[in-house]
Design a protein around this ligand. Structure first.
Ligand code: ADP
Ligand code: MG
Length: 701
């Protein structure tokens, strides 16, 4: 029976080799099972009839009963079309054909009554339906009893080969007719009954051919439940396996260096949130299990300090640490910050990036090997093969989303025992999403900013108000403040973006002319040392304005910069806008974020701008982001957590269900951690089927 579902789609009645090829290429449908799991995205109610007078072009597909009054043709050649007047007692609409001009009038003779189905449009002030579906009125009873008709998404290519939504529905119908057995369950029966799920066999019928909305809801619920449940079960299973199988280095003590730092070097007192998080991490480090922890904290919440203190614990226990950052600028900034924080203590810190000279590298290699180096900071140059630690005990990754899964995997192999891993991210992730993306990590949150920070004021201006904005910048600069101006950089239109940046810079140098003003520029096409020089001009306070593409997005700390201007803000995603805004508001002065946009905005963009001006709360912004566009784009994080496309569930909208099924999965695993009980056999075989190919990611993070 299982084998039957694996049958090549080309053998299905109505398919054949050519269509099979198409279905495979366009919709990824190559077997019977694939077709069965190709779900409709909406349904049309075939029980409802409209009157012609009720039609307007905003309506989706409609169904109307009336009489074809007569035909005529218009236009010539390619443009030739057949038009019919179609009338009921409330009015007349036009039916239009570009194809089938020869056979339509004889098939549907004028003067007769028909049911017409299609999408209303508007042309020359008249409502029309192009290429309607037509049935004789005698089919009314059948139509009404057929209830809801499934609509499947197709592609232009498929449509041009006459594979429409309706064709797909027919194929599914053919397939279901052939299935003479009960489709085997993919969930244990005790779960199906306990959680009142629709059985799989019924579900796969009803989702394609529902008789009423209730059946749609129940079958969708069953599918969502299952989809989310298996994701959680898989994540939790790995977590259990890892903690049972691997052991971690034990950092049992907080020693001399840590205490020295804490009592002598710490420039301010820790926030309560920082204290709590450090405690959580210490508990992990002392537990004998390998730590895998995600540290979430809004921009400016003080993650670097936490990272340093954890690395000092590693040193006190005789281990080396490394701290990886996504860009050279950020890596060298961490290096400077950390070096100055540990001044006077016996801690050896080095910086290693792609542009470190060979001589420097050699020194580092030596000190790594002989164990004299305590902390190595760098970019992904750190994970190159030839960087060899003598006893790496802790790896900290800053701004995690920039690091691919494979890159993290390499780190893992750097040491025969896996080092403790702390992943730090400033991208606020809603809880339910974190549960799915990082379901096998433990999560700590710094939910408090250091005291004395004034919330950033966010304002929205359009291009026509530019002069007002420049006036404001002048006054801020006159008060000794510095300004970031950021331009979008989107890969696909890189050229255009650089042009924007250059034009912007030209314009700015006119508005803020030298020698009174100094403008510094940083963008992706500069060499690291050029970037470094420009950044330094700004950091040291010589440049009043830093113009850049989004390279500064991550982590740059210039407390005197109090204004962030984001050009073409409508082109940025919410997460990015929030990150950029976090670059200001680090000093004691009132800071501002200015969102510049075109005068007219698309609806979604207007919503993003609105949220930004309304709140500074990263989590609220993340929630909104998730609702606006779904989780698919969240900084590419999704690929790391879910090995297949979600078909029914939506991580943004199904938060409650995610929590619900996670608890269920936890409960099952707590009683049967390796899924060995008879009643759980289905679970382990389904896990194998769903995840076997893509397992490798799970034991990395
Ligand atoms: P992020 O979490 O964005 O990486 P950083 O670690 O860069 O934040 O910290 C932002 C700023 O806050 C830095 O200038 C840092 O020195 C400062 N800071 C960190 N912790 C505290 C604290 N407990 N009290 C005051 N300032 C702090
Ligand atoms: Mg940071």
């Amino acid at each position: 029976m299982q084998d039957f579902l694996e049958t090549d789609i080309k053998f299905l009645a109505g398919v054949g080799p050519k269509r099979a090829e198409l279905l495979k290429n366009e919709l990824n449908i190559s077997t019977y099972r694939d077709l069965l799991y190709y779900f409709p995205y909406r349904y049309i109610d075939r029980t409802k009839f409209y009157r012609t007078a009720e039609l307007d072009p905003d309506l989706p597909f409609v169904q109307v009963k009336g009489v074809i009054k007569g035909y005529m043709t218009e236009g010539h050649g390619q443009n030739k079309r057949l038009i019919a007047d179609f009338a009921d007692e409330t009015g007349v609409i036009k039916l239009v054909w570009f194809k089938g001009i020869k056979w339509v009038p004889s098939t549907y003779p004028a003067g007769n009554e028909f049911i017409v189905f299609g999408k209303p449009g508007l042309f020359n002030g008249m409502i029309n339906i192009i290429h309607p579906e037509i049935d004789p009125v005698s089919k009314i009873a059948e139509r009404i009893s057929s209830g809801l008709q499934a609509v499947y998404s197709t592609t232009e290519k498929l449509k041009s080969q006459y594979v429409t939504s309706k064709t797909i529905s027919k194929l599914v119908g053919n397939l279901l007719k052939q299935i003479k057995f009960r489709i085997p369950e993919t969930m244990p029966s005790y779960l199906v009954s306990r959680y009142k799920l629709m059985g799989l066999h019924e579900t796969l019928h009803k989702i394609h051919f529902p008789a009423n909305p209730d059946e749609i809801e129940k079958s969708r619920y069953r599918l969502k439940f299952e989809e989310l449940f298996y994701i959680q079960l898989n994540l939790l299973r790995y977590k259990i396996n890892r903690t049972r199988k691997t052991s971690g280095f034990v950092f049992s003590q907080v020693g001399e260096t840590f205490n020295n730092f804490y009592y002598n070097n710490l420039p301010f007192s820790l926030t309560e949130a920082q204290k709590r998080v450090i405690k959580e991490i210490r508990r992990d480090l002392g537990s004998g299990k390998q730590m895998n922890r995600l540290l979430q904290g809004d921009v400016g919440s003080g993650k670097t300090l936490v990272a340093l203190m954890v690395m000092l614990i590693a040193k006190d226990n005789g281990y080396q640490s490394c701290l990886m950052a996504p860009t050279e600028i950020l890596a060298s900034q961490h290096y400077e910050t950390i070096s100055s924080l540990v001044k006077g203590l016996n801690v050896k810190v080095s910086l290693l990036t792609g542009s470190s000279p060979a001589r420097h590298r050699k020194k580092i290699d030596e000190s790594l090997k002989n164990g004299s180096l305590d902390i190595l900071i760098g970019t992904h140059a750190l994970i190159e093969e030839n960087v060899v630690f003598s006893n790496l005990g802790l790896v900290i990754i800053d701004e995690q989303h920039r690091f691919g899964v494979e890159q993290r995997a390499k780190l893992w192999q750097k040491s025969h025992n896996p080092p403790h891993v702390l992943v730090m991210t400033a991208t606020p992730i809603p809880r339910t999403l974190a549960m799915t993306l990082y379901g096998d990590l433990d999560v700590s949150v710094i939910d408090e900013l250091p005291p004395g920070r004034m919330p950033v004021k966010t304002m929205h201006f359009t291009d026509s108000e530019r002069n007002k904005v420049y006036g404001f910048l002048r006054s801020q600069i006159a008060e000794g403040r510095q300004v970031f101006i950021v331009y979008p950089l989107i890969k696909e239109s890189e050229k255009m973006d650089y042009k924007d940046l250059e034009d912007g810079w030209d314009n700015l140098s006119r508005v803020f002319p030298p020698p009174k003003y100094c403008i510094s520029i940083v963008h992706g096409k500069m060499t690291p040392s050029e970037k470094e020089t420009s950044m330094k001009l700004f950091k040291d306070g010589y440049a009043h304005i830093l113009v850049s593409t989004t390279v500064i997005e991550v982590g740059v700390d210039v407390p005197n910069a109090s204004v962030m201007v984001i050009e073409s803000a409508e082109r940025f995603g919410l997460a990015q806008l929030h990150q950029l805004r976090g670059r200001v508001g680090r000093g004691a002065d009132q800071s501002y974020c200015i969102l510049m946009t075109a005068d007219k905005l698309p609806k979604e963009a207007a919503k993003r701008i609105d949220v930004m001006t309304r709140t500074n709360d990263g989590f609220e912004i993340a929630e909104t982001d998730l609702q606006l566009r779904g989780p698919g784009d969240l900084e590419g994080t999704l690929q790391s957590g879910i090995p297949f496309d979600l078909k029914v569930a939506n991580l943004g909208k199904d938060g409650q269900l995610i929590e619900y099924v996670r608890n269920i999965a936890e409960d099952i695993l707590s009683k049967d951690p390796f899924l060995e009980n008879d009643q759980n056999q289905i679970l382990s075989s389904e896990l194998k089927r769903l995840f076997s190919l893509k397992q490798s990611w799970s034991n990395i993070s």
